[in-house]
Design a binder for this molecule. Sequence first.
Ligand code: NAD
Length: 235
Amino acid sequence: MGDMNQIRNIVILTGAGISAESGIDTFRSGGGLWEQHRVEDVATPEAFARDPNLVHRFYDARRAAIQEKEPNAAHFALGRLEAEWPGKLLLVTQNVDDLHERGGASRVLHMHGEHLKAWCTSCDVRSLWRGPLLDRPACPVCQARSLRPDVVWFGEMPYRMGEIYAALREADLFVSIGTSGAVYPAAGFVQNARELGARTLELNLERSQGSHHFHESRLGPASEVVPQWVAEMLG
Ligand code: NAD
């Protein structure tokens, strides 16, 4: 990448691919199915209204599973970059797992929510949550039995878009890691950043749908290409 000395502000977007080597399935790895389910059956507000028990069982299983997984070298490398980078750095993730935090990153913006939080639709408070929701536990704040997974479903508005676009406007470098470029608005960040003058770099296992928007693509498993790139940046 040219002009490395000019780079101060970095925005990094991560997707399911960065957690793949930790044993968490990506979205589209199962031939269009996500953990044996059609997306429309488990990850939309309509699905939750139609069959809340199915949706709760699905997310209860995902919430339990991620607690058995460990961050990989890519998460740890980004934790190190956040700690040592002298400029601004914003880590935006589409992932709902907590592997970035356990990999040492302290400021992670979860635009699609978090598996380890429950959102009370009565009092609108989000609480840390590690157990199941299927048995309709009471909200720790208002006691209503109105908790749902705090994940952004298809058709819902991602979180904290204002902050993300503000950071993209200031970015000198935008890096996308392990994301397919299929889910908007995240898939459009590369174009926003580039129009505003940022260098753009993709790190992914294979070329993604949006690859042609990036100045540079480096292909390979995240556990290899991310630590290599971080070492270069901190070089
Ligand atoms: P995606 O499944 O659509 O795409 C995953 C991308 O990662 C693909 O481009 C694939 O080539 C790449 N990839 C696979 N293995 C990799 C590896 N070892 N190293 C580097 N790249 C690798 O995922 P997405 O783009 O993040 O979008 C899917 C949506 O699903 C997101 O909104 C996210 O919220 C949700 N999701 C999250 C998790 C999680 O939290 N870990 C898991 C599955 C799905």
